[in-house]
Design a protein around this ligand. Sequence first.
Ligand code: FMN
Length: 325
Amino acid sequence: MQTRITELFGIKYPIIQGGMHYVGFAELAAAVSNAGGLGIITGLTQKTPADLANEIARCKDMTDKPFGVNLTFLPTFEEPPYDGYIEAIIAGGVKIVETAGRNPEPYLPVLKDAGVKVIHKCTSVRHSLKAEKIGCDAVSVDGFECGGHPGEDDIPNMILLPRAAQELSIPFVASGGIGNAKQLVAAIALGADGINMGTRFIATQEAPVHQNVKDAILAATELDTRLIMRPLRNTERVLTNPAVEKVIDIEREKGSDIKIDDIYDLVAGIFPKVMLDGDMAAGAWSCGMVAGLINDVPTCQDLLDGMMGEAQDIIRGKLSAALLD
Ligand SMILES: Cc1cc2nc3c(=O)[nH]c(=O)nc-3n(C[C@H](O)[C@H](O)[C@H](O)COP(=O)(O)O)c2cc1C
């Protein structure tokens, strides 16, 4: 399958692995890229720019295919040294950056001068248009279903993707809620040039996370995610657990008077405890509704080959057959 996304990034399959805190290490990024997709290292999981430089070097040892780095500009409790991370990306020869959160405009000139392609993650048509206007090469359109931060508009992909297709000129990938071939075909039909997956890639052999995390995703249904931090306008979709239900109780109790300090221990610094230690009760961690569709833990190669093979069967079989009378 050739699309504007495979051409832009020089990849075989139009499938991207979105940046994921404490999941997007070199092992996963390399496995996805080796399987024909685009793997992405999560920049901020690396504590310093020197650590990121090391992670990029490790990834290069594991793949000679293109891979990217995610730079997330979300409200964090301490401002990370973004200039240093960008220096590490450029010096490491990485040619693709996935930006997310705040407007990446201040960082575009230095990235562009170094020949880096930028795909910005957006949860609305207006933000996607802004990304196009400031010179991003592509956007990743994240619908309401997505794991992580779906924004505050709550528009599901069945509406958001065709709306994006109506407005955008640059290529875009569909992101959020996707985990199988049927959804890949649907995303292309809705106007996207490819897909981005997060949660689905956590339940793969190569994802370097604790087995408890993979087991939790396998056990979850589509009913098991919750939205937290909406009153703080930093909405996050997470897998429910007692800590998450406590956050929701506190949010209900405090209403619009809530401060981050009221829930800090339940939402901050949780990812390493969950992903590395397998402490599933440590607090809130991002997970998409697509968990309800995930029933196996394949290798990235089997996942991507399987999805692409089945996507072709759907297009050549069911969809073509529907044209015949
Ligand atoms: C555990 C987890 C951690 C994530 N961390 C980040 C992150 O640090 N930066 C970012 O831009 N997106 C992050 N995301 C969002 C993903 O890159 C992707 O956009 C999202 O998972 C897509 O939705 P899906 O999970 O339904 O496939 C995270 C998602 C998950 C599930």
